[in-house]
Write a protein that binds this ligand. Structure first.
Ligand code: FMN
Length: 373
C-alpha cells in the first residue's frame, strides 16, 4: 500500500525526500522511438527550480536531470530516442540544510504533514518535510516532460491567475507575458502588483495562496472513459495530488452552479474541417468524461504555505501543547512553482489516456457518420 506510482499505461513511480541524496522517477510505458534528450526535460525542470527570484524559496538546487536508462541512439537519425523500456530520471539534491529543522523536529507545523505521517507511519523525516516536500514534484515535472512528447500536437500551458485574494484581469491575458515575470502571470499589469503584494507578505513572515489555470490544446476528441476513468475525474485527482492543492475546477467549475442551462450550453455548429465547432467552452473540453476536441481547461487552488514566521499554537510528538515559529527557506507563495507542476500532471493524464484510447480504439471512429449507414 505504497502508492508512489501514477498512471496506467503511461506511468511513473517517484522516489526521494527533501534532504535525501536524490529524487527522481522511473517512467514506464513510454512508447519506443520518441526523441528524448535530457535538455527536453531540463527546460521544464528549470521553470520549477527553486531560488530563481526573491519570491520563491532560496534553496539553491540546480535540479540537473540525468537520464539513467531507457534511451538509445537511433541509427537512422543519429538521435537519442526512447527504447520502450523504463526511463529512470535522476535529480541529485545538493543544497540541504537540515539544521534549519532542528528547532522544530519534534513539533508539528500546522498545515504541514508531520502529524499525519507520524500517526500513520510512526516515523517522519522532518528535514525539509521529507517525502511531503515539494522536492518530490520535480519528479512529476520530469515525467511530464516525457508525457508531453507522446500526444502528437499537444500543448499544455499554465498561468497563475490569482494571488491571495487578487485576480488577474482576463481581458489582459497574454501568454507571451508568462515568461516576462517571476509569477507565470499572463497579465503584465497585475504581475507588477503581485511583486509589491508578495514582497509585503514575505517581509511580514507570512504566506499566501494562489489559483493556477492549465490549458491543454491539441487534445484529440475521445480521450477518457464514461464511468470510472472520466478524463475530468482523473485530471482532478492528478491536480489534487499536488502538495498544497485544496480545490480543482474543470471548465467553468463552481461558477456553473449559478448559470442557467442556456448560458452553460456549449452550442455546436459544423465546422469546415469535418469537425464540429463549439461556440463556447464552459465544459472545459470534456463531456461525459471524454474529451470533445476543445481545449481542456483546469484550474486549481493552492493554499498558503504553512511554514511561516508568525508563532502558531501546536503540539509536539509527545502530546504536549507548544508554539511553533518556522524559520528557514520557504516559498511565500507555493502557487508560483505549482504552475509547471500542474502542467506536468495534466500532460501525464493526457498521455495516459491517449495510450489507453489507442489501445482500445486504434485509429478511432469515422465521425461524422453517413446517414442510414
Ligand atoms: C511548489 C511547491 C512548493 C512548496 N514549498 C513549501 C515550502 O517552502 N514550505 C512549506 O511549508 N510547504 C511548501 N509546500 C507545501 C507542502 O509541500 C504541503 O503543504 C505539505 O506537503 C502538506 O500537504 P498538503 O498541503 O497537500 O496537505 C510547497 C508546495 C508546492 C507545490
Amino acid at each position: 500500500m505504497s502508492f508512489n506510482t501514477f498512471g496506467h499505461l503511461f506511468r511513473f513511480t517517484s522516489f526521494g525526500e527533501s534532504h535525501g541524496a536524490a529524487i527522481g522517477c522511473v517512467v514506464d510505458g513510454c512508447p519506443p522511438r520518441i526523441p528524448l534528450e535530457a535538455a527536453d526535460i531540463q527546460a521544464h525542470l528549470d521553470k520549477r527550480r527553486p531560488g530563481q527570484s526573491r519570491f520563491t524559496t532560496q534553496r539553491q538546487e540546480p535540479d540537473a536531470v540525468k537520464i539513467m536508462s531507457g534511451v538509445f541512439t537511433d541509427e537512422t537519425t543519429g538521435k537519442q530516442v526512447t527504447t520502450g523500456t523504463p526511463i529512470m530520471l535522476l535529480i541529485e539534491n545538493v543544497d540541504q540544510r537540515s539544521k534549519d529543522y532542528s528547532d522544530i523536529k519534534d513539533k508539528y507545523r500546522p498545515g504541514h504533514a508531520g502529524y499525519t505521517y507520524d500517526v500513520k507511519y510512526g516515523i517522519t523525516d522532518y528535514r525539509g518535510g521529507g517525502r511531503a516536500s515539494a522536492r518530490e514534484t520535480a519528479a512529476r515535472v520530469a515525467a511530464g516532460a516525457v508525457a508531453r512528447k507522446i500526444v502528437p500536437g499537444l500543448t499544455v500551458r499554465g498561468a497563475l491567475i490569482q494571488m491571495g485574494p487578487h485576480k488577474i484581469d482576463r481581458a489582459r491575458w497574454d501568454w507571451n507575458e508568462i515568461g516576462n515575470n517571476p509569477f507565470f502571470c499572463p497579465d503584465a499589469k497585475q504581475a507588477k502588483f503581485f511583486e509589491a503584494y508578495l514582497d509585503g507578505v514575505r517581509k511580514a513572515g507570512s504566506s499566501c495562496g494562489a489559483v493556477i489555470e492549465i490549458v491543454a490544446e491539441g487534445v484529440p476528441a475521445g480521450l477518457g472513459a464514461p464511468v470510472y476513468a472520466k478524463l475530468d475525474g482523473d485530471l482532478a485527482g492528478a491536480l489534487m495530488g499536488i502538495n498544497a492543492v485544496k480545490g480543482v475546477e474543470i471548465g467553468d467549475g463552481f461558477l456553473t452552479a449559478a448559470m442557467s442551462g442556456e448560458d452553460n450550453a456549449d452550442e455546436m455548429r459544423m465546422g469546415n474541417e469535418g469537425k464540429p465547432v463549439f461556440l463556447s467552452n464552459h465544459a472545459g473540453g470534456i463531456l461525459g468524461g471524454i474529451s470533445s476536441g476543445q481545449a481542456v481547461v483546469a484550474r486549481f487552488a493552492v493554499k498558503p504555505t504553512s511554514s511561516i514566521l508568525t508563532p502558531r499554537k501546536t503540539v509536539d510528538r509527545y502530546g504536549r501543547d507548544t508554539e511553533i515559529v518556522t524559520k528557514g527557506r520557504h516559498d511565500p507563495c507555493v502557487g508560483i512553482r505549482a504552475v509547471p507542476i500542474g502542467e506536468a500532471m495534466v500532460a501525464c493524464v493526457l498521455a495516459d489516456h491517449f495510450l489507453m484510447q489507442r489501445g482500445q480504439m486504434g485509429e478511432g471512429t469515422a465521425w461524422p457518420f453517413k446517414p442510414g449507414a
